[in-house]
Ligand binder design. Structure first.
Ligand SMILES: Nc1ncnc2c1ncn2[C@@H]1O[C@H](COP(=O)(O)OP(=O)(O)OP(=O)(O)O)[C@@H](O)[C@H]1O
Ligand SMILES: NC(=O)CC[C@H](N)C(=O)O
Length: 633
């Protein structure tokens, strides 16, 4: 576990310069975000529907049908990540904006990788983001139909069973030893009769071939794909293959052969009545194959609005500074000890899976807004974790209540007050938004302040509490002035500060937060606060040699900093009982968990309740800092 006060020492002047630079940068970034949030001035308060602008408008204009029907088709082979938030938002949002509907389709054609927990987590995330699938479908529900259609394709002379080895297939595709593509050659199996192919395909189905011995391939090569002659993906793609592990978690042992993505996806789109099949740009090269198969089966009439789905591709969302790929994350999850005693899980708040972002406390609305602000175009949207944080920060600023929270408390006894001194103030949860309500903040003889707000030796550039110095208190009437302090002889840490309070105390140059000791108000509420920093030391973890332990060597020992004795003021009870904050997206419809208890710790950070938190053992996760971290408070 990293220590809370293990910050690197830097010279004061350098630190101030850094802080100023960072503040200017943050202000610029904030202005940029706010400008992006503002609706375009297209008349008095005309709201701009982001799903009817730019690239998405173009997609609709190409096929302006009345009943728009889209789908979000994840493979249930892992947890969704922030890139999928874009895919969900685009598919569901586009359909909703045009008065249409969107299916959630589990693309479960690969029996080796699918697990029940992924289905549940994927569904939860769609609802949490505020979308309701019109239907939840499974590609595996169509296995019978897909098989029939494969036989039909064979009957139409448009598919053949191929027994070539992988190398022979590559050669047939024209792949030369120097990596270039020469001319393509049909293999010996290409010209076999329909009867032979049908018999052989049935033999595949009946288990007479082992994996790799036989593949049903689509006869695209001598068809209309000449324009794509250099596209290596389009050389008689496989339609069905014999898989190694043939047990499917939904269809059991019924099948030994399974359809490929290239065969399944477009057919499922057509069977579900999908009008606009929106996916990411890497599928663009497969679009001719998508159309070819549907046309070969008369499931699409080219150029017609009436029949068949239309595939269009948008840019991926890539986030620099973290890893998103399931395979890469899997090398860390379930086994790696990361900067504390626990092993890493898929929902570790340092990751950018959607379950992790949710657990960290990021609101679903902030994610959707982030995706839309980056824009939906054909270009990949490349961004960085700190840009995401800046967006989340801006989003939270106007939507969550504020409380005082002390991360690393130092006791301050106000010697000039009687033991039973009690002041109560009505404090708004958000001074700019009365609707969030107010709460009573007690002020008593003993209060706690943050260790960072006290210095044993004064310094003219330090504006908070130090011997002989005064400082103002947020939400209290008067300032306090330090008289003396005591330290623990073993640890050398300050244990108690004696101070005086009142109208006679000279005002300080700053105001700090605090929490009072008032058992009658159940104040303070004790909590463990977890602060998350980048998981890797490298700013570009995707460049690390992840297959050879590159991630493990590069883990940031400060990626988790725990404050075990944090204190929250008693207004936290109200915040907890009135969650979600904000009431938006899926959370407004009741899709809530502990992470929807969010607040801003004044002068500290935005926090959310962790899923392992209990009544007795409160655990908070830092969602984001209040300012971009500069390494100095
Ligand atoms: N980074 C991303 N940005 C936008 N959309 C994405 C991104 N990654 C996947 N998608 C889209 O989400 C949908 C479901 O994806 P699926 O889970 O099958 O993808 P994947 O490519 O296997 O994900 P991974 O990136 O984890 O390998 C697809 O339409 C895919 O195009
Ligand atoms: N066309 C698509 O959207 C592709 C979805 C598919 N599950 C994949 O990513 O492989």
């Amino acid at each position: 576990m990293a220590s809370a006060d293990g910050e690197p020492k830097i010279s004061k002047r350098a630190a101030e310069k850094e802080a100023k630079k960072a503040a200017a940068k943050a202000a610029k970034e904030k202005a940029k975000i706010e400008a992006a949030v503002k609706p375009a001035s297209s008349g008095p308060s005309a709201p701009v529907d982001p799903f009817q602008q730019g690239w998405l408008k173009g997609v609709y204009d190409e096929k302006p049908v009345k009943d728009v029907h889209t789908r979000f088709p994840p493979e249930p082979n892992g947890y969704l990540h922030i890139g999928h938030a874009k895919a969900i938002t685009v598919n569901f949002g586009f359909a909703r904006s045009r008065g249409g509907v969107c299916n959630l389709r589990f693309d479960d054609t690969n029996p080796t990788k699918e697990e029940e927990r992924y289905f549940t987590a994927i569904k939860d995330m769609v609802y949490w983001l505020g979308f309701e699938p019109y239907k939840i479908t499974y590609s595996s529900d169509e296995f019978d139909k897909l098989y029939e259609l494969a036989e039909e394709l064979v009957r139409r002379g448009k598919a053949y069973v191929c027994h070539c080895t992988a190398d022979e297939v590559k050669k047939g595709r024209g792949k030369l030893p120097n990596g270039e593509h020469g001319s393509r050659v049909a293999c010996a199996h290409w010209s076999r009769s329909v009867e032979q192919n049908l018999a052989d395909f049935r033999a595949m189905k009946d288990g007479q071939y082992r994996p790799g011995e036989a593949v049903l391939r689509m006869k695209q090569s001598k068809d209309k794909l000449k324009a794509y002659a250099n596209n290596p993906a389009l050389w008689d793609c496989a339609a069905y293959r014999v898989t190694k592990n043939s047990h499917h978690h939904r269809t059991g042992d019924k099948w030994r052969i399974y359809p490929t993505y290239e065969f399944t996806h477009c057919i499922c789109d057509a069977l579900e009545g999908i009008t606009h099949s929106l996916c990411t740009v890497e599928f663009e090269t497969l679009r001719p194959a998508y159309n070819w198969l549907l046309e070969a089966l008369d499931m699409k009439i080219e150029g017609s609005d009436e029949k068949g789905p239309m595939q269009r591709e948008y840019g991926r969302l890539n986030v620099e500074g973290t890893i998103l790929s399931k395979r890469k994350i899997a090398t860390l999850v379930d086994g790696t000890t990361v900067a504390n005693d626990a092993t890493m899980s898929w929902d570790d708040p340092r990751l950018f899976t959607l379950v992790a972002l949710r657990r960290r406390g990021v609101p679903p609305g902030a994610l959707k807004k982030f995706v839309l602000d980056l824009g939906v175009t054909k270009a990949n949207a490349n961004t960085a974790t700190h840009t995401l944080d800046a967006n989340i920060r801006t989003y939270l600023e106007r939507t969550v209540p504020r409380l005082m929270l002390v991360l690393d408390p130092v006791k301050v006894v106000l010697t000039n007050l009687p033991d039973n001194h009690l002041e109560e103030r009505d404090v708004p949860f958000d001074p700019k938004d009365k609707e969030k309500g107010t709460h009573k903040v007690p002020f008593t003889k003993t209060i706690y302040i943050d260790r960072d707000d006290f210095r044993e030796e004064d310094d003219p550039d330090f504006f908070r509490l130090a011997p002989g110095k005064s400082v103002g208190l947020l939400n209290a009437e008067h300032p306090i002035r330090c008289i003396s302090f005591s330290k623990d002889s073993t640890s050398g840490k300050v244990t108690e500060v004696l101070a005086e309070y009142g109208a006679d105390v000279q005002p300080g140059k700053a105001r700090i937060h605090w929490v009072a000791d008032s058992p009658a108000h159940k104040s303070p509420i004790m909590a463990e606060a977890r602060i998350f920093n980048p998981l890797f030391k490298s700013a570009k973890p995707n460049e690390l040699d992840w297959k050879n332990g590159g991630y493990h060597e590069n883990l940031n020992p400060e990626s988790l900093v725990v404050y075990p004795n944090a204190m929250i003021e008693s207004g936290f009870g109200y915040v907890k009982h009135n969650a979600p904050w904000p009431k938006e997206e899926g959370e407004a419809m009741g899709v809530v968990d502990k992470s929807s208890v969010r607040f801003q710790g004044l002068r500290t950070a935005f926090f959310a309740l962790d899923k392992d938190s209990t009544e007795e053992n409160v655990i908070l996760n830092r969602i984001v800092s209040l300012k971009e971290d500069t390494g100095k408070k």
